[in-house]
Design a protein around this ligand. Structure first.
Ligand code: FAD
Ligand code: SF4
Length: 568
């Protein structure tokens, strides 16, 4: 019996455990396996195999029974979790009853609970951060100083960009550093028109093509992953059979698998991390098997927590011991606090009657991008920080449906191009605050017996002022561009609608005011690394996932070196 127990522990012991298989977990798996570690990747959701498990990828519009709509009865089964409610994407939707959370204040939490996580759902916009971001909190006096600067990150950005495949132009902007780009996807004529108007009227503002994780010119490192050139089908959200965009499923996970050192265990909901008081370190994780509801344990020397920002907070808060009664590594009492997100409330739409002879049906998997221009070099506005903006233009065909008989038929068969439609959406930085926090509700348990996450987060005056400025400035710029029927709207959407939630386990220099050091290591439990959005000290305006990838690769490199030195 004793032998059996030792054998069982041995069988459940790995060099490393990675919690979550999304964007950051996929990178952790790849890096740790490549560096020789036998790595267990634990994923709460079902498996999704690249190509095979993209059931709608090659369907035509007429193949969908309900023309894309999801019937009401089916919608009802999903409760308030209404993301991906189209026939083409229903395979990614999750049912609220199975994965509840509590909104102390309105908060939209979009999740991807399957192998690959949100890497199969994302819009693939990838910009580097700069020192305008990493120095932001210290300069503007909020949150705490980041323990790293752009120079710490630059080589790691290059490293992940080359592997993932990022298309874009070298724009030479100090606040949006250039990267290792594949050729950019072309802007359309209205985007170029707006770009010219901005260049003519402003010295401090720029419209550039969006940098995105699409392979526009496959390099040997991409073909080695089995990925091919993006075909501009713009059906990415169904899952791309070409591997044209970066996802864990197309890229990092198969790469890790090829090493022969990865064990991927789907249906494995991590409950908590096991802390051994005598050894003074984490020794493994407790897992609820989603199918059998059995509690299992797995062990390893190092643990990477990559469950996505809010879930990683949940896991650490639920990892209590007599040494850490308030959550793993939480001596500062700040675990779960200072969460932040991006402000996408400001929306612009308009029409343009120029270029009547040019057309596009919008088959372009990206859009153009307006980097931040407010408060860059000095504080000049009545709000802190600034906003970037996404901009796109497209044109549809319409048929007049008047009359009957041959006249009607004639009109239906001879559709005409409508005006161009343009839209812009703000992506504002929000300020992390102690009053925006997460907590566990120990009375209300989820279907796996894990306390339910409570989310308490709200907008503040800074956000309101920023929205006002965005709407004013873009009304002015749209007018200068000759756009008509301009509509400037505050969507009033709840925090979280941007799907860029961050913080709660922030990095910092001082263990009294942060949870993680400059290597994403818990200050007080050094063999646990948190490298997803939970680690973010502030939010910048840039999309965050490229930074999670770079932080993960950097932390994995450090972890393996420390392991080899026997420091972990
Ligand atoms: C529609 C949409 C558009 C987006 N567009 C962009 C964009 O353009 N650019 C950008 O940078 N970002 C974008 N994002 C955000 C981006 O997807 C996330 O930032 C990114 O996926 C986060 O990576 P992650 O590894 O932290 O989490 P995820 O990719 O969400 O992966 C986390 C994984 O952990 C698993 N997990 C969670 N809890 C547990 C547990 N207890 N046990 C085991 N496994 C667990 C989950 O099931 C999931 O597979 C977008 C997101 C969406 C939904
Ligand atoms: S646009 Fe490119 S990445 Fe998206 S589905 Fe088409 S081929 Fe794939």
């Amino acid at each position: 019996m004793a032998n059996f127990t030792i054998d069982a522990v041995k069988a459940a012991t790995y060099d490393a455990i990675v919690i979550g298989s999304g964007i950051s977990g996929g990178w952790a798996a790849k890096e740790l396996c490549e560096k020789g570690l036998r790595t267990l990747v634990l994923e709460r959701g079902r498996d999704v195999k690249h190509v095979k498990d993209y059931p709608t990828a090659n369907l035509n519009p007429w193949d969908f029974e309900h023309r894309g709509q999801v019937p009401l009865a089916t919608r009802a089964e999903y409760g308030k979790a209404r993301s991906f409610m189209r026939e083409e994407t229903l395979h990614w939707a999750i049912k609220e009853s199975e994965q509840p959370y509590i909104e102390d204040k309105p908060f939209t939490w979009t999740r991807g609970y399957h192998v690959g996580g949100k890497s199969l759902l994302w819009a693939r916009q990838t910009q580097r951060w700069s020192d305008f971001d990493f120095e932001g909190p210290a300069r503007d006096g909020f949150a705490v100083d980041w323990p790293i600067r752009y120079n710490d990150m630059a080589p790691w950005y290059s490293y992940v960009e080359k592997f993932a495949g990022i298309s874009g132009n070298k724009d030479g902007l100090p606040h949006l550093p250039d990267g290792e780009f594949l050729p950019a996807i072309e802007m359309n004529c209205v985007e170029t028109h707006f770009q010219n108007v901005i260049a003519k009227n402003y010295t401090d503002r720029h419209l550039i093509q969006g940098r995105c994780a699409h392979i526009t010119s496959p390099q040997p490192i991409h073909t080695a992953q089995g990925r091919a050139k993006c075909q501009h089908r713009a059906l990415c959200v169904r899952g791309c059979p070409f591997g044209g965009y970066f996802s864990s499923n197309a890229s990092t996970l198969p790469w890790a698998e090829k090493t022969g050192r990865m064990t991927l265990r789907p249906h494995s909901v991590v409950h908590s991390i096991i802390y051994d008081e005598k050894k003074g370190r984490a020794t493994g994780v407790r897992v609820v098997d989603a199918n059998t509801k059995q509690m299992l344990e797995f062990y390893a020397r190092i643990i990477f927590v990559n469950g996505s920002a809010l879930n990683s907070n949940l896991i650490l808060m639920n990892s209590t011991s007599s040494r850490f009664p308030n959550g793993l590594g939480n001596d500062s009492g700040l675990l779960g606090k200072y969460i932040a997100w991006h402000n996408y409330r400001g929306r612009m739409s308009a029409e343009f009657d120029g270029f009547p002879d040019k057309a596009t049906d919008g088959k372009n998997p990206t859009h153009s991008y307006f980097p931040r221009f407010r408060n860059l070099h000095k504080q000049e506005m009545d709000f802190l920080r600034g906003y970037a903006v996404g901009f796109g233009a497209g044109r549809g065909m319409y048929a007049t449906q008047e009359g009957i008989g041959a006249g009607l038929k004639e009109q239906l068969l001879n559709r005409k191009w409508g005006n161009w439609g343009v839209s812009a959406w703000m992506m504002g930085e929000t300020i992390p605050k102690e009053t925006s926090f997460l907590a566990l509700d120990k009375e209300q348990k989820d279907p796996y017996g894990i306390p339910t996450l409570r989310i308490s987060a709200d907008w503040d005056d800074n956000d309101e002022r920023m929205i006002r400025d965005y709407l004013e400035q873009f009304t002015e710029m749209f007018t200068k561009a000759g756009f008509t029927n301009i509509k400037a709207t505050d969507s009033k959407a709840a925090p979280g609608s941007d799907i860029h939630e961050m913080g709660g386990v922030r990095m910092g220099k001082d263990p009294k005011t942060s949870l993680l050091n400059e290597w994403n290591q818990l200050h007080h439990c050094k063999n646990v690394f948190v490298t997803d959005g939970a680690c973010m000290t502030s939010t910048s305006t840039q999309n965050p996932s490229l930074t999670y990838m770079a932080l993960t690769a950097r932390a994995a490199d450090y972890a393996v070196k420390e392991l080899k030195k026997k420091n972990l």
